[in-house]
Design a protein around this ligand. Structure first.
Ligand code: FPP
Ligand code: MG
Length: 332
């Protein structure tokens, strides 16, 4: 396991977000202001999150949608911070579930402080997110965020209940992905459009954009778990196989391979030991299963882009289009 502390390369998304860079700065300010605690111990856990800074994809989506819809207002900044807090909470919990030791090029909270502190830190982030959203004084935001997080947790529960069950089909996998990842990206886009004062129809189209983009993102993320490099990704990889969480390439292989190959693949998955990735990669490559998943991700990204036709051709819309392409072609 490579536990590099080398910082990530400058992120290609940074230039894409130039249009909203000042707004993202304001989101950072709100995150710092709201995730500040002087109590010993709590302050160290929260300080560690400064190293945990990721692509800020979800706040950027919310702000870009707002921009493409005509106007960014202070409620957008606050909600972008809320969405990022929820996302970070889910990652802190997810790393416990996945026994991950590296995230964003630094040791995970569970690797440094253990599972108990990680669960509580995730809860802390989650409750702060809800408290912050309530300060808007608008029940609509709380309801939308509550609905999204209900479904997000449902997706994680569904995933854990289906762990190790090798009959998982593509539709159920997509349902899990839709819940655990796409629900939050859809929520970010919905909030962006709603608080820009757009019509029901436009809000619906942009929610669809966020959902399709989220599915494309997670399929690409699952591909990365199989074929990525930990030094580039900056996080523990291969955990889906180790945890027997089936993702699209493997589902495709298990449903389309000849009986003999299926038995061999099942044997590798069910065997003890942790070299499943090395053992399965040649089978996944040769069968075209990786390529199939890549194409499915591209199709969802194209679906996302099609939803943007409801918006005038502005720079904001163009960045949203590019973002949909970018999420499927990435190495971290
Ligand atoms: C990443 O999956 C994880 C998610 C998209 C959601 C995780 C959600 C929970 C654990 C629900 C409970 C949390 C709260 C606070 C509501 P992944 O393992 O495929 O991605 P990775 O490669 O980045 O780890
Ligand atoms: Mg994980």
């Amino acid at each position: 396991m490579n536990q590099t502390l080398t910082p990530a390369e400058p992120r290609p998304t940074a230039s894409l977000f130039a249009l909203i860079s000042r707004d993202l700065d304001e989101v950072e300010r709100l995150l710092q202001q709201n995730l500040n605690n002087a109590r010993p111990g709590v302050d160290s856990l929260l300080s560690h999150l400064a190293h945990y800074k990721g692509k800020r994809l979800r706040p950027a989506l919310l702000l870009l949608v707002a921009q493409a819809c005509g106007k960014i207002v202070p409620a957008h900044h606050l909600l972008a911070a809320v969405v990022e807090m929820i996302h970070t909470a889910t990652l802190v919990h997810d790393d416990v579930l996945d026994h991950a030791t590296v995230r964003r090029h630094v040791p995970t909270v569970n690797a440094l402080w253990g599972n108990q502190a990680s669960i509580l830190l995730g809860d802390f982030l989650f409750t702060h997110a809800f408290h912050l959203s309530s300060t808007l004084g608008d029940v609509r935001a709380c309801r939308i965020i509550g609905e999204a997080t209900n479904r997000l947790c449902e997706g994680e529960l569904q995933q854990i209940c289906r762990r190790g069950q090798l009959d998982l089909c593509e539709d159920e996998y997509l349902d899990i992905v839709d819940a655990k990842t796409a629900e939050l990206t859809a929520c970010a886009c919905k909030l962006g459009a709603l608080y820009a004062g757009r019509s029901e129809e436009v809000i619906k189209r942009l929610t669809n954009y966020g959902r399709a983009l989220g599915v494309a993102f997670q399929i690409a993320d699952d591909l990365l778990d199989l074929i990525g490099e930990e030094t580039l990704a900056g996080k523990s990889l291969g955990s889906d196989l180790e945890q027997q969480k089936l993702t699209l390439p493997l589902i495709h292989l298990l449903h389309h391979a000849p009986a003999e190959q299926r038995l061999r693949v099942r044997g590798i998955l069910e065997a003890a030991g942790n070299h499943k990735r090395e053992a399965l990669l040649p089978e996944l490559r040769a069968s075209g299963a990786l390529e199939y998943a890549r194409q499915r991700a591209q199709a969802f990204a194209a679906e996302a882009v099609a939803e943007l036709a409801c918006l005038p051709p502005t720079e904001g819309r163009r960045v949203l289009e590019l973002l949909a392409e970018r999420v499927v072609h990435r190495d971290h």
